[in-house]
Design a protein around this ligand. Structure first.
Ligand code: PLP
Length: 401
């Protein structure tokens, strides 16, 4: 038994990610419960406005979850049976599934092995191998909280007439620096048509279930508002007819993807601590970086080839991922010590559903190799120093034995 950690044994489970609910959060929800609105009240608009400000986008539309956000984006962009859309195999399957909901085909492109982000050069090869118009769009993912260089994707997209949905579920508060040296927040809409976020409890901002779409495009914004509630509009200016005060018009087939007012109250309250959360995540990442820097057998994911870890990168650290040879051994060993590390992600194209559509193991070697080694260690703002030291100690103990 090693003596340098205060938690030499641990019984309280340490998950890989977890929400942080404060008294203020609880108060905000309780106030909404006794208000006149349980769904679609003033807190929805307040959360949308606050979130749009936070990421620096013109418009935001709050929805029931991140998957609904993706589905609405695919619909608003007109994805249909003819559409072919490119995304990364290293993501939560919802990034790809939204295309299937609309009947379109998903095409994967391999990752950059250093960052595990969708490799823009691989996407370029794919796009340039087909005639113009063959592909409709790209869904890059700010995987683990590491922002993709959207400027590069946008350049490619503009050359070939493609749209971009940025899946920024891992990266509220993240940013990259563009070629003009300007800070570009994830989801700010400058280099993507639409961006989406999730407020699932393991993500930065938790509302239980919840999601957001951000955009600078007014037309897309209006389309999203309508699709969020059954394709119905109550705006007299947008209606074909008007029979009186009760009249509304269902103009296309939408869904009920609304998020209740009380969850938006929670979102507004959570958002106030978002920057503090990111700062704490960066602090945790630094401690891990330092602890593992000289340990043979442990590799980490680099932010980007040029970005030094010491510098203030725009990484939002949703996840802290290490790479080890015996990943299953380490995963099991950590579980024995109540450390619930996780694997992000099983490559989407190897899932039985995508295999049934024609994909096979071996199709994306970088993604599959990455998957064989990756493990996400505990990373959340309320992780204590003692807990993190315990995690580090156990990881090293396993790798060095
Ligand atoms: C969480 C997540 C989603 C889906 O969000 P839900 O709110 O769980 O529906 C989509 N994409 C990525 C990358 C995610 O991490």
């Amino acid at each position: 038994m090693t003596q340098n950690s205060k938690l030499s044994t641990n019984t309280k489970p340490i998950p890989y990610g977890r929400q942080n609910i404060t008294e203020d959060d609880i108060q905000a929800v309780v106030e909404t419960l006794t208000s006149d609105f349980l769904t679609q009240g003033p807190r929805v608009a307040e959360f949308e406005q606050a979130f749009a400000n936070y990421v620096g986008a013109k418009y935001a539309v709050a929805v029931s979850n991140g998957t609904a956000a993706l589905h609405l984006c695919a619909m608003a962009l007109g994805v249909n049976e003819e559409s072919r859309v490119i995304t990364t195999p290293i993501t939560f399957v919802a990034s790809a599934n939204c295309v299937r909901y609309c009947g379109g085909s998903v095409e994967f492109a391999d990752i950059d092995p250093n960052t595990a982000l969708l490799d823009v050069e691989k996407v370029r090869e794919l796009v340039e191998s087909k005639p113009r118009g063959y592909y409709s769009g790209i869904i890059p993912v700010d995987f683990a909280g590491n922002p993709v260089n959207l400027e590069e994707f946008k350049k490619l997209a503009d050359e070939h007439g493609l749209w971009i949905i940025e899946d920024a579920c891992h990266a509220p508060g993240g940013y990259f620096i563009d070629s003009k040296g300007e800070k570009q927040n994830c989801g700010n809409g400058n280099y993507a048509d639409l961006a989406i976020f999730s407020f699932h409890p393991v993500k930065h901002i938790a509302t239980g279930e919840g999601g957001m779409v951000t955009t600078n495009d007014e037309k897309l914004y209006q389309a999203l508002l309508k699709l969020r509630t059954h394709g119905i509009t109550r705006d007299p200016e947008l209606m074909e007819e008007n029979h009186g005060g009760w009249y509304m018009e269902m103009q296309e087939l939408g869904y009920n993807y609304r998020i209740p007012d009380m969850l938006c109250a929670l979102g507004v309250s959570q958002l106030q601590r978002a920057d503090a959360g990111i700062a704490r995540r960066k602090g945790i990442a630094k401690v891990y970086d330092k602890a593992f820097a000289d340990v043979p057998g442990i590799d980490t994911l680099t932010t980007s080839p040029e970005a030094l870890r010491e510098a203030d990168t725009g990484h939002a650290y949703h996840l802290y991922i290490i790479r080890v040879q015996d990943r299953k051994g380490l995963y099991d060993f950590l579980r024995e010590h109540s450390i619930f590390a996780q694997v992000h992600y099983i490559p989407a194209h190897t899932m039985p559903y995508y295999r049934s559509l024609g994909y096979s193991k071996g199709d994306y070697p970088a993604a599959e190799h990455y998957y064989s080694e990756c493990l996400s260690l505990p990373m959340y703002p309320t992780l204590t120093q003692e807990e993190q030291e315990f995690v580090i100690e156990k990881v090293k103990e396993f790798v060095q034995r």
